[in-house]
Design a protein around this ligand. Structure first.
Ligand SMILES: *Cc1c(COP(=O)(O)O)cnc(C)c1O
Length: 372
């Protein structure tokens, strides 16, 4: 297929590296290491190498197959599995991931056995090959994690005493994902309290207190992160250079650019003509009658980016008014003399659309790499 085909997702690796270095430097100044979360871009190795070059403590994904591909691509940085593992993938976890987030005693027992069987037949010092685990505490967001504190502490004790192929590396939490619960200094202090209870029970310091994701970064930036939290798992804030509640005037917001080609430009009514039923996805929609308008069709659609409210035209005066699987409908009345068939239009993308755009063969990738 022709190598100039559209749509294209263009990734400016230089801008990404800038964002990552700036965020990591601010985190390091507060004693916090970074796990670079790569699931947002489906762990494309060309992008993941930027994280490796910047010295992330871990590369992290919720999907074990993405971690596997990173290893196969020659990535050396230790790998973190973010989603509580399925029993059915523990062999892969033992083989591929260096550290994982955990909340089920049964999974931990079976993982210990899986690590042992992977190690059998390997020579060398097996003590270094222990799989690290971070026990997750649910602090109210109600996704993963122990709800009962005593169960978490008992599980920590069991790992320490009875599961020799696992290393209890620390405790962690996840906020803002399901319950929309804000990451606050109070929540971090709650996590630190749990960490100190675990440390008392096992009689040693824990390596990590993992204070969450991008939604915890605002505390690093405004100096309110309680001392003792020493690892964050950062995805969106690095990739978009932006996050709700963060003051980030030191980042690029345009690491990713979606480029699509215009295939039709015509004056058309803005209100459909005929009897209305449902759209291509079975939904009934509202349409605003704004009279005859100049409209452009771009050759990309929901299959490429998910939701049309998640892409934003860079050119002022271009408005996304809808989409079907393979078409995006743009109102270009305000810039009608500047849009022609064959033009390529640039769009900003959201984190949600990034996941779709990097998961499909129909979107070509292009990397910008020149040095700063
Ligand atoms: C996806 C994920 C992250 C990263 O979240 P961002 O908001 O992109 O920083 C961190 N931790 C877990 C458990 C995740 O699943």
């Amino acid at each position: 297929m022709a190598e100039n085909r559209y749509p294209v997702l263009e990734i400016d690796l230089r801008k990404l590296e800038h964002n990552l270095r700036e965020i990591m430097a601010r985190s390091a100044a507060s004693g916090i290491q970074t796990a670079g979360v790569v699931k947002g871009f489906t762990a494309w190795p060309e992008i993941a190498r930027v994280y490796e070059r910047c010295g992330c403590a871990y590369l992290a994904s919720s999907r074990i197959e993405q971690l596997k591909r990173l290893r196969e691509a020659g990535i050396q940085t230790p790998l973190m599995l973010l989603r509580i593992p399925m029993l059915s993938e523990l062999d892969d976890v033992a083989r591929t991931a260096d550290i994982s987030l955990q909340s089920e005693p049964e999974v931990l027992r079976r993982l210990d056995a899986a690590v042992e069987s992977v190690l059998t037949g390997r020579c060398g010092d097996n003590a270094d090959r222990r799989h690290k685990v971070i026990l997750m505490a649910d602090l109210g967001d109600l996704r993963e994690g122990f709800w009962n504190r005593q169960e978490l502490i008992d599980t920590a004790m069991e790992i320490e005493r009875d599961l020799p192929h696992l290393e209890l590396a620390g405790v962690g939490t996840n906020l803002t994902c399901f319950g929309s619960v804000k990451a606050t200094p109070e929540k971090m202090r709650e996590l630190l309290e749990i960490a100190s209870q675990v440390e008392k029970a096992v009689g040693r310091k824990l390596r990590y207190v993992c204070g969450g994701a991008s939604s915890s970064l605002h505390m690093v930036l405004d100096g309110t992160m309680p001392a003792g939290v020493n690892l964050l798992r950062l995805g969106e804030s690095v990739l978009l250079g932006d996050f709700l509640g963060c003051e980030m005037d030191f980042t690029y917001k345009d690491v990713f650019t979606l480029k699509a080609e215009v295939i039709e430009v015509k004056d058309k009514p803005s209100y459909p003509v005929g009897e209305l039923t449902a759209d291509a996805f079975g939904r009934t929609r509202q349409y605003e009658d704004r009279g005859i308008r100049r409209r452009a069709l771009a050759a990309m659609g929901l299959v490429d980016y998910g939701n049309y409210t998640d892409i934003r035209p860079r050119m002022n005066g271009v408005e996304v008014i809808g989409a079907s699987s393979d078409h995006t409908i743009l109102d270009v009345e305000a810039v009608k003399d500047r849009i022609r068939v064959g033009d390529v239009l640039d769009f900003d993308i959201s984190y949600a659309s990034m996941v779709y755009l990097t998961n499909t063969e129909s979107v070509r990738r292009e990397y910008l790499k020149e040095d700063c």
